[in-house]
Design a protein around this ligand. Structure first.
Ligand code: DGL
Length: 267
């Protein structure tokens, strides 16, 4: 079978998912959509997030993907069912993956306001193990700052300290990076938390979940990744996206501006 994975996020956050997938599974054919016209998703209403998820899913289907990776926790929280039902394809998400990685009983979650308000992480964790104490922290400033770039390092550090304090006060043992943008500042977050606290990057679990679908062994090793078989598309400002991608990932391929309108799907 020929695989073509479709990934989407509001912006550059989904890179952290793409990277984990390519490290584990090699240079597979992927199409990545950054919905840059509408970033950030984390402050939008649930109905809007569901409508956007429907549009993007239809567009990805028009691109002949064989499976969809929801590389955005906010969409996972509020519209996973939309992606699954509209596409009828295998759909892989971050919340299931993260919950499968929990090993302790005091768990903190950093996420967007929409994700924390949905309580999807919390209810999922509680359904797996009601004995786990879950502490959520909404981080409205992170995505705009991370999208703005690594040049805002000092400001990100100051705000991260503020967001982490209530979680550290609860003596958490594990911390879920509940927004795909946050692994882009993982090094900084590690500096700000005691080293006993284990960071959970849901993308690692998602990449593992793909083993069966892609027919790879569970023991696939991490390898240097290449994005040469990935097509990058955005809904606005391809050159801005290209610049951000280069800042975080080094040299980068071409980015195509697309319209999600149905008329444009088959052009
Ligand atoms: N990176 C996405 C997430 O994982 C979206 C963040 C946003 O656009 O607010 O939630």
């Amino acid at each position: 079978m020929i695989f073509r994975l479709g990934l989407f996020d509001s912006g550059i956050g989904g890179f952290t998912v793409l990277r984990r997938v390519l490290e584990r599974h090699g240079n597979i054919d992927c199409i990545y959509l950054g919905d840059t016209a509408r970033v950030p998703y984390g402050e939008k209403r649930p109905s809007e997030i569901r409508e956007i998820a429907k549009e993007i899913t239809e567009w990805l289907c028009s691109q002949r993907v064989t499976a969809i990776l929801v590389a955005c926790n906010t969409t996972n929280s509020l519209a996973f069912d939309v992606v699954r039902d509209v596409s009828g394809l295998p759909v892989f998400g971050l919340i299931d993956s993260a919950c499968g990685m929990i090993t302790q009983t005091r768990v903190g979650i950093l996420a967007t306001p929409a994700t924390t308000a949905s309580n999807t992480y919390k209810s999922h964790i509680k359904s797996l193990n009601p004995g786990i104490s879950v502490f959520q922290q909404s981080c409205p400033a992170f995505v705009p700052l991370i999208e703005d770039g690594i040049y805002k390092y000092d400001e990100i550090r100051r705000i991260a300290t503020k967001y982490l304090t209530p979680l550290l006060d609860q003596n958490i043992e594990e911390l879920i990076l509940g927004c795909s943008h946050y692994p882009l500042i993982e090094t900084l977050l590690k500096e700000l938390i005691p080293k006993e606290i284990r960071l959970i990057d849901p993308a690692i679990g998602l990449a593992q979940q793909l083993d069966r679908y892609l027919g790879h062994s569970k023991h696939s090793e991490m390898r240097p990744y290449s994005m040469s078989n990935t097509k990058f598309c955005v809904t606005s400002d391809p050159s801005g996206f290209n610049q951000k991608a280069e800042n975080y990932l080094g040299s980068f391929s071409e980015v195509q501006l697309v319209s999600l309108l149905p008329k444009a799907c088959f052009s």
